[in-house]
Design a protein around this ligand. Structure first.
Ligand SMILES: C[S@@+](CC[C@H](N)C(=O)[O-])C[C@H]1O[C@@H](n2cnc3c(N)ncnc32)[C@H](O)[C@@H]1O
Length: 388
């Protein structure tokens, strides 16, 4: 009988193991992998996951940090691609104990770190951005990992919100991570629209950034010719955007629809990490509201937390099993907006299965035009909905 308690202590057949001798340490690291729960979690995760960051430029060299873990064993590091060019040397596996708690069921989790350095003169130009992608061959096959995009510093022109405001939308204060996720979100939405709808982001005349927060993504819409509107229930964030992002029109809204805007006014609605925070009841009300404000044939590009997010969430296994069964799980209150909005309890952490979205959301008047797993930050799924 094997069990692990909250302190990480592990009991095997009644014997408490402590990581103070070599064999016990080895058992502590590997025994959880053999349990039924671990096999279940590896099946749910299905494909490798990764994250990039920190990503920085120093003296003309791009420094890449991150981690990569796979539910199946990997002999070689992921192949990194920077603007499509293969990086010659990637250091992996490197010690990376901070991901151990979430990926307790994955082999090689204690050495999931990766680093690489790339002289920028070797990197082809791609507008204002630098794309870091990866392909990884593991025992489970060959996998393309979702790309991260960094905006070149000279093109990242708008002021950065202060740490407290960044914390509310990002859950952390690190500046480069805030920029990386914001720019990645914009580029992933653009890429999905090009692939699925055959048109780029800036071909949409009117864009609503629903739940814009303090403009983590919105700041990268300044270069488009589209009319940009941002709305949020966080009045302080909205005021910050109105002052600092002069290309947009920003509006505070209530947590219940309708928004104070006419029907059919937008060709595109972007909602990054909003449905990831709404109760099931609020989700339906807002799906109907997005349908109302979209023009016929318009697109909503929204995210949900699906398998990749659950794989790194630390949600207890029985709840993961329940989630897979029912399709939607409210994991609890997110404290990120406490003190900033009137009804902070309504800000939840929720997770959706792909089949829940595919089978239930069309009843709100949409077709599911596309889905890009783990598109945002390597964990949130991007879903393109077309208004019918
Ligand atoms: C995780 S943040 C993401 C912000 C932004 N979309 C981004 O990617 O940086 C979620 C945002 O949704 C806002 N929000 C929550 N419920 C909302 C609702 N019903 N309508 C509009 N915004 C909402 C929050 O205030 C917060 O700014």
């Amino acid at each position: 009988m094997t069990s692990a308690d909250a302190t990480g202590d592990l009991t095997i057949a009644g014997r408490l193991l402590r990581p103070d001798d070599g064999f016990d340490r080895w058992l502590l690291e590997h025994a959880p992998l053999w349990s039924r729960s671990a096999r279940f979690m590896r099946r749910m995760m299905a494909v490798p996951g990764w994250s990039v960051g920190p990503l920085s430029i120093e003296n003309g060299t791009l420094h890449i940090g991150g981690w990569a873990v796979s539910p199946r064993f990997a002999l070689r590091p992921p192949s990194l691609l920077v603007n499509g060019r293969r990086v010659r040397r990637v250091s992996w596996p490197e010690p990376r104990t901070d991901i151990d708690n979430f990926f307790w069921y994955v082999p090689q989790r204690l050495r999931g770190g990766l680093t690489a350095r790339v002289p920028l003169e070797d990197v082809d130009r791609d507008g204002d951005g630098i794309e870091v992608g990866a392909v990884w061959r593991t025992a489970g096959g060959r996998h393309r990992l979702s790309s991260f995009f960094m905006c070149r510093p000279e093109a990242d022109v708008y002021p950065l919100p202060d740490a407290q405001r960044r914390m509310r939308v990002h859950g952390g204060t690190e500046e480069s991570a805030f920029r990386l996720v914001g720019y990645t979100s914009m580029r992933q939405v653009d890429g999905a629209l090009r692939t699925v709808m055959n048109r780029p982001l800036n071909s949409f005349a009117s864009i609503l950034d629903w739940g814009c927060g303090c403009g983590r993504l919105t700041r990268y819409l300044g270069g488009t010719t589209s009319a940009i509107t941002g709305v949020d229930i966080d009045s302080d964030s909205v005021a910050w955007c109105a002052t600092n992002l002069p290309f947009g029109h920003f509006l505070h809204i209530e947590p219940d629809p309708p928004m104070p805007m006419p029907a059919g006014g937008f060709e595109l609605v972007i909602g990054i990490s909003i449905f990831t925070h709404l109760s099931e009841e609020d989700q339906w009300a807002w799906l109907r509201e997005l349908h109302r404000v979209l023009a016929p044939g318009g697109i909503a590009a929204v995210t949900v937390s699906g398998n990749a997010a659950v794989a790194r969430s630390g949600i207890p296994v029985p709840f993961v099993g329940h989630w897979l069964h029912v399709g939607f799980l409210d994991v609890g209150h997110s404290t990120d907006l406490d003190g900033a909005v009137d009804q902070p309890d309504r800000y939840r952490n929720v997770v959706h299965t792909a089949s829940y979205v595919d089978t239930k959301w069309p009843s709100a008047g949409f077709t599911i035009a596309g889905r890009i797993p783990a598109a945002i930050g390597g964990h949130q799924d991007l879903v393109l909905l077309q208004r019918t």
